[in-house]
Design a binder for this molecule. Structure first.
Ligand code: ADP
Ligand code: MG
Length: 238
């Protein structure tokens, strides 16, 4: 569970085509990074996969099923935003429980998943606090916890670390990589940061103006960048 296939997917905003026909397959369990400069369409692509935006044409398949027929809530994908989007008036526990409450998960199972997520994310001592009483890194962990408890087929991260300072970013990068190793769930991670892309990805998708310039492992891209744009962006010696 967790294979995502895009076939000839396009997205127009009015007269402007921000995603020209795009084909891409993300394998189950893969950590895929979408990287490219600001405005190149990374967030749009992620939102199309999540179902937060409608595609203009083409097909998105999730585990072989046509995603357009499936409402965003039922796609089994959990989105983690840079802005955390936590409820300020709710405790950490209630924030993490919220999507399970919406999905009608029973209370004992909710508690079990909260404990598990809190342990994995080092949040056990913070469950009764409110988001305002937490550091930026802790808030980002809560947002990830809220995604984990849904037991999604895939996690979609949109620049989740860009609000954090440099030192904290390095730590959170490692935590997310560890989480991926442990859960082995498909993760799509959007960033404009080459270092994040090169250190976290199994597979990097380099985007420019909605076009895929190259897809490959960090080593592939470093050793054999297809063009000067990729070379410049990845910082390889071509
Ligand atoms: P990125 O996440 O790579 O910075 P985005 O996906 O946010 O890029 O944006 C890609 C392009 O689509 C940009 O030119 C942006 O202005 C445009 N765009 C994004 N969302 C909308 C929208 N809701 N309406 C019109 N244009 C949009
Ligand atoms: Mg963006």
């Amino acid at each position: 569970m967790g294979q995502i296939t895009l076939q000839q997917v396009t997205k127009n905003f009015g007269d402007v085509q921000v995603i020209p026909p795009l084909d891409l397959t993300i394998e189950d369990g893969e950590f895929t990074v979408f990287v490219g400069p600001s405005g190149c369409g990374k967030s749009t692509l992620l939102r199309l996969i999540a179902g937060l935006e409608d595609i203009t044409s083409g097909t998105i398949l999730i585990d072989g099923a046509d995603a357009t027929a499936i409402s965003p809530a039922k796609r089994g994908l959990a989105m983690v935003f840079q802005s955390y989007a936590l409820y300020p008036h709710m405790s950490v526990r209630k924030n993490i429980a919220f999507p399970m409450r919406m999905a009608g998960v029973d209370k004992a199972e909710q508690d079990r998943r909260i404990e598990q997520a809190a342990t994995a994310l080092n949040l056990t001592d913070y469950l009764d606090r409110r988001p305002g009483q937490l550091s930026g890194g802790q808030r980002q962990r809560v947002a990830i916890g809220r995604a984990i408890v849904r037991e999604p087929a895939a996690f979609l991260f949109d620049e989740p670390l860009s609000n954090l300072d440099a030192a904290l970013r390095v730590g959170m990068r490692l935590e997310i990589s560890e989480l991926h190793k442990r859960l082995k769930t498909t993760m799509i991670y959007v960033t404009h940061d080459q270092v994040e892309a090169m250190t976290m990805a199994d597979k990097i998708v380099v985007l420019r103006a909605g076009n895929i310039e190259q897809v490959g492992s960090p080593l592939d891209l470093y050793r054999a960048p297809r063009n000067v744009f990729v070379a410049g962006f990845i910082g390889s010696p071509k």
